[in-house]
Design a protein around this ligand. Structure first.
Ligand SMILES: C[S@@+](CC[C@H](N)C(=O)[O-])C[C@H]1O[C@@H](n2cnc3c(N)ncnc32)[C@H](O)[C@@H]1O
Length: 221
């Protein structure tokens, strides 16, 4: 899908942030080989920045794949921080575990295999950051499942909220990158999710125009 910015900006974003280690490099090669939709290097760095700025110690991610986004976040955690990775794909989660081991981050990871939304419903306590990256069409259900898991002062993050060339705001579909707005069931679902978060007085959503759009919604009360 087209990012919200051109390649030159993307390359510039990749010049900043922590150095890429061998594990990140291998995960990026694997994503390219398998055409697997990781969050990508620009959003990976932005997630790491969110962890650093918020001082997050606990992170829950819905839809971790083989761990690319979680790995970026884990590297930015403090000593006692952890990320819960979830995915229903056994093989991808196994690969994530291996990448975390290779990167010396085993102590910062907990793995949940199965439907991320069902898993979230069973989790005790709250998280400083909750990241949605499972299936954009299912973000609405994901939000309902994790809403109470976002600690006050923490934040909800959601990737790919400007999807398929359409730029969305909480008000709905506002523009396309090429031509007239053409809502699809998926863009309608994301628009519904954004409206829901925007209408929630406990969240204050912002859109970061990185790659396909990253929603950052601090829980303000
Ligand atoms: C976009 S990829 C995640 C990429 C990952 N965050 C990264 O940056 O590498 C979406 C992942 O979510 C998983 N997924 C989608 N819906 C799910 C659900 N309801 N429960 C668990 N996993 C789900 C898919 O198996 C896939 O691995």
């Amino acid at each position: 899908m087209p990012p919200l910015h051109d390649d030159a900006v993307g390359r510039l974003l990749e010049r900043f942030g922590p150095p890429v280690d061998d594990v990140v490099h291998d995960m990026e090669a694997r994503a390219a080989r398998e055409s697997f939709p990781t969050v990508g290097p620009a959003v990976g760095r932005t997630l790491a920045l969110c962890v650093r700025l918020s001082g997050a110690r606990s992170i829950l991610e819905l839809g971790s794949g083989f761990g690319y986004s979680a790995y970026w976040m884990a590297r930015a955690l403090p000593e006692d921080g952890f990320v819960v990775l979830t995915d229903r794909d056994t093989e991808r989660l196994r690969a994530a575990r291996e990448y975390f081991e290779r990167g010396g981050l085993t102590d910062h990871a907990v793995y949940g295999h199965g439907d991320a939304i069902e898993l979230a419903a069973d989790l005790p306590g709250t998280f400083d950051l909750v990241v949605l990256d499972h299936d954009t069409a299912d973000y609405g259900r994901g939000f309902e499942a994790v809403r109470e898991l976002v600690a006050p002062g923490g934040a909800l993050l959601a990737d790919n909220v400007a999807v398929y060339g359409d730029v969305l705001t909480p008000a709905g579909l506002v523009a396309t990158l090429d031509g007239e707005p053409a809502p699809t069931p998926r863009t309608e679902a994301v628009a519904g999710f954004l409206r829901r978060v925007d209408a929630d007085p406990e969240f204050e959503p912002y859109l970061l125009p990185v790659d396909e759009g990253l929603l950052v919604a601090p829980r303000v009360r």
